[in-house]
Every structure is written in C-alpha cells, then in structure tokens.
Design a protein around this ligand. Sequence first.
Ligand SMILES: [Zn+2]
Length: 718
Amino acid sequence: MSRPQQSDLEQKFDLLLKSNSIGANIKELSAEPHHLGSPGGKRVADAILKKFREYGWDAKIETYHVLFPTPKTRVLELTEPTRFSATLKELAVSEDATSGQEGQLPTYVAWSADGDVTGDLVYVNFGLPEDYKQLEKLNIDVKGKIVIARYGHSWRGMKPKIAYEHGAIGCIIYSDPKEDGYFQGDVYPKGAFKNEYTVQRGSVMDMVVYPGDPLTPGIGSTLKAKRLSREEATTILKIPVLPIGYHDALPLLSALEGPVAPQEWRGALPITYKIGGNGKATVHLKTEFNWDIVPAYDVIAKIKGFEFPDEWVIRGNHHDAWVNGASDPISGQASLLEEAKAIGQLVRSGYKPKRTLVYCAWDGEEQSLLGSTEWAEDHQNELSQKAVAYINTDGNGRGFLGAEGSHALENFVTEIAKDVKDPQTGSSVFERRQAAEAVRAGTPKLKKEALAKDSYSLGALGTGSDYSSFLQHLGIPTLSFGFGGEDAGGEYHSIYDSYDNFVRFKDPGFAYGVALSQVVGRSVLRLADADILPFDFRSLQKTISKYLEEVSHLSDQLREVNAVDNQLVKAKSYQLATDPKIVFIALTEKESVPVLDFSNLKTSLDSLQKSANQLYELQKKFNVIPDKKIDKLNVMLFQAEKQLLIPAGLPRRSWYKHAIYAPGFYTGYGVKTLPGIREAIEEGHWQEAREQIEIATKAVNRLNVALGNAIQIAREIQ
Ligand SMILES: [Zn+2]
C-alpha cells in the first residue's frame, strides 16, 4: 500500500473509533468478577466472541485445560508475644458499586504451596538478594523462619523464591503505605491509593523458568496432553505464601524486636521498623488450595489476508481478571475490541488487508500467562512459519506512551508515535514522551541528548504479560504498548480495580483508550499492508552493542567492587565502623573477577552493522514492486529475529531461548538484556560467562548471515 493510501485508510480507521463505545465495553466486561475458571470468566469470553462475530471476524474459542489453585484454607496469626489473627479480607465501600459482589476470589497468591508452619518472624525489606546480604552482615538468618517482605522493587514471585533459597519456611508479602498507600496520596475511596485493607493478589509461579501451565511445559495443555505431576512441576513454590494489606501487617511488624532496620528498609507505618529473627515474635501461617484443572477460554478472531494469507499479524490482550479488572485487563481489551470493530467496518466497505489479522483475547494471564502460553505452544509450528509480529497490550491508563519490544521495530514505533496525537495536549504522543524524558533526565548532558533524540527509545521486554511465548520462546518480533504515568493508584489486583475507580482515576472519558487503539491499530494495519516489511536492523544492532557495553562495564565494575570490598574485609573496616553492640559474623573475602574477552562478539556486531546498513539502503529504494521475490524478502525480514534464538535455551531455563531478551532470574518482570552473559557475571559464574559470550556471538553471526541472504534477494529484485 502506498503512503497516501495508508494514511487515507488510517484516517477512516480513526473516525470509526469511539470513546463512548470503549467506555461501554469497559463497563460491561468488568461488571462482575471474571477470573479464570469462573462463571463470570466464561460469560466474558462468550461476550467477546459474540462481539468479534458481530464485527465481521471469523472467531472461535480455543479451550485449554490448566491447573489453577484456589484457596481452601488461609490462616495467618501472631502467636507470640501477643495474639492477633489477620483479617485477610478487603472491605466493600459504598462509593464502589462492585466492591461487595459475590464470587470474588479471596486475597491470596496463586502457586503458593500447601503448608502449615509456625516460626520466628523476620522482616526482609523487599526480599531481594541484596537484602539477604545485608541480613548476613547483621548476623540474622531466615533458616526455619517465616519472612515478611514488602511489595515493590521486584516481581512478587521472587520474594518467596529467594526466601525459600535462604531456608525460610513461609513468606508473607505485604503492601507498605510508602509504596502505594497514604504516603503517596489519599486512600480509596477518597483517593486512588491503597487503604489499609487493600491487598494485591497475584501469581508467585517461578515463571522465569517457564510460564504457562506448570504441568505442560513446552506443549499445549489440551485434554490429551501428557502432564507432569504437581511434584514434578518446578515452577510451583515449595513454601506457603500469603499477601496482606497494611492493616494486617502493622501488628506483625510492631511485634518485631532486634536491630532497627536500616534507613532504606523503613516504610511509612507509624512504628520503628525492626528486623526481628530473635525468637520474640512468632507467627502461624497455614494455606491449603483446591488444585483443580479448569478450562481456559482463548478467543481467537481472524480476518484472512487477501494477498498473503499465510503471513499473520497477531494482536492480543487478556480478558481474565483477578476480580473485576476494569483497568487490568479490560481497558486494554476494550481498545482491542474497538480496533476490531473499526477494522471489521473497513473490510465491509471494501478494505482488503494483504496479510491475515489474528486478534486474541487470552484467558488465565493472571496466573502466569496460561492462555497465551498454551495457545502459542500448541500452535508453535504454524506460528514459527507464519507470524510476522505479535503486538500486546495489558490494560491502559492516562499519560505517556510506553512501548517495548523487538528493536528492529524501533523506527516503526517512532513513526507511529509521531503520527498519533496526545488527547490532553494535542502534541504527538512522541513529543509528550520525549519532553517527559528530557525533564526527568538526571544531568544537563542527558537532558540535551533526550531533547535532540529523533527516535522513540523502545524498552526491552522481560516478562509479565502475554508476549513472553511469542518473543522469548518462539523469536517472533514483538511489541507491547500502553499509556500511563498520570494514573497512579493502589487498585492493582484488588477488588477496587473497578469501573467506578477507573472513571475517576484512570482514564476519565476514555480518550486514552482511543489513543491506544490508534497506536496499536496503526501498527497492525501498517504491518498487514506493507509492501516491504518495516524491519530496520540498524536499531537492533545499535541496541545489542549498547547492551554489550553495559555487560562489559558490569564485569569491570564488579572486579573493582570486589577488590575494594576485600581490602575492607582484610582491614576489619566493617567491624571497626559499626556499633560493637551489633554482632557481626566474620565476613569472607569475595572471589576476584577475571577479565572477560568480548572481542569476538564486538567483531560480529561490527559486521552486523555493515549488513544492517546495506539492507536498509536497499529497503529504502523500493518503490512499487512487481516482483514475486518481494514476498521471499519479506519472509526473510520477519524471520530474521529467530536467528537470535539459542537452540539449547538459557542456562537452567531452556524454555527461554532469546539471546538478547529474558526476564531476570532474580528480578522476575524486570528484563535482563544479553541475559546469558549478564546473569553469569552477576552470579559470578565465570566459565559460564565465557560460554555465553560465545553463544551470543554465534547468534549474532547467524543473524548476520540471514541479513546477507536478504541483501542478496533484495539486489536480485532491483
Ligand atoms: Zn493484566
């Protein structure tokens, strides 16, 4: 499609997007609790199916059968020095019409173990690896004890995993008012932030090993699929875990004795934060779950491509929620449906997309990407051949455009961000985002750079939403979008993520719902109709080079940090600098960090730069192409990213195969770029670091060969 034709199509598309219809869909689809396996969940899936069909799409439900634990018993009580039983309940409020409905899942986290434990309580701050290093210095361990960690700074599932690795027998995760309670603003229902009873539900599956149904890694969980036993499933936690609000956390934290918590560990409760772990405060934690296999309903809708039916542009957002989920996920789902409606109308009035459009409403995302992972695993062969790209959203709010994904699509995203207007200011969403980056940059130099930058800085994807299987397991080029930054609140995964909350604090008027449809709709339509697919490997090459600089700097820095720390240990500086009343264990010296050789990877990236430039010049020259070979070239372009897949996968988690992007083994949602190399350095596995440099070099070389072949074809056509 020519540029004028494309922009004419997009104008028509924009005129078909209506904020009131987005609002009506948010209201309808968040009207009742609709988690995985619930009657409300089935009703939402059926309603979405019906809408796709009304819009003219060929739609069906694909059902998978997934393990889903729901709570049977939840007990948390302080038994020493006083008795207190946690309420474990959020309260209905009159300002929120759906907050008191039947059918809400209780406050809990999925994939906690069944367990009944009693133990000494220890406060572990955010429960990160460095927090345990701090505890070690203070001579406090968590072996045989129950830890209480606050939400924030890592994905929740990391907190019990790391606690378990340190020997804890139970884990409580609480929301401190400092992060998203009264320290941030008025609490719900007066304001958007957490009141004392608000609890963040969620999954604590070890999804950085593999996401999806724990019983069927790598394959779709169809009825006849061969399943692991629960004991064999490595992603289910080994200790009991419960999440609580600060009403329930206050008596527990108040009961702790022992050293005062370091300053950065202190939250906003009106107490002196202490660490405990000295036998003064004892808690009893009991959890039991129904380990049922339930149906997950993925709604899949297609419009067949008129020229290249076997090239698929895929777009998804989940439909299941922890409770009502007006924001997460329904606001994104409503934008998806609005795009589908508009595209359906365009097709009725004669528009013929060249490539096939596949719109997906996923089930079971909240339990760790069950619906999308099972579908992607079930269809992996077909997807590997046909998927041009996967575009994800997962809810939406007010503010700035967030975009992450495959860096060969960075310039593609830049163009779209420049073409879509911000609903509040009338500037482009690119300009708003750029202004925010410049204002927030830490130094005058960085501010100047941000202002001068002409491209959108695409983030890298870790995990936490339905794109994971597409990008990290199958190597399909992926993008993820959402507006936010001016919609802060504490409703996430609570009963207060409701329509009433959404229209007050998230996207009043649903203008950003329309903006999201404009951004994603353009992405879908441009990919569907491009004569030459808009992959630009120059940005990918630049980005990988930047990551290489980072990991090389990281190893240098670590070498210096360890060397200096060893000097301090030798000189007994830690003991001399601290109050002797606080007992220290003997600190051990750290391993010295060897020099790692990155030169082969650097050389490969230099060659990649040359081929990426050459290919870009050839892509630019194309005008209208009569040649059949153009399709061959396009296939090469959308298949190229798969060269970055590591055949054997990442160490200790072979499901994750992308050499450039993975969720962190100890951060969860947070991305680790060049993950094999970076994590080997962080964990001090030097031989593995050397191997991973080699593996990444081979991946870059393969991509280079693939671009070379594409250059060959491009030359033949011209
Ligand atoms: Zn979500």
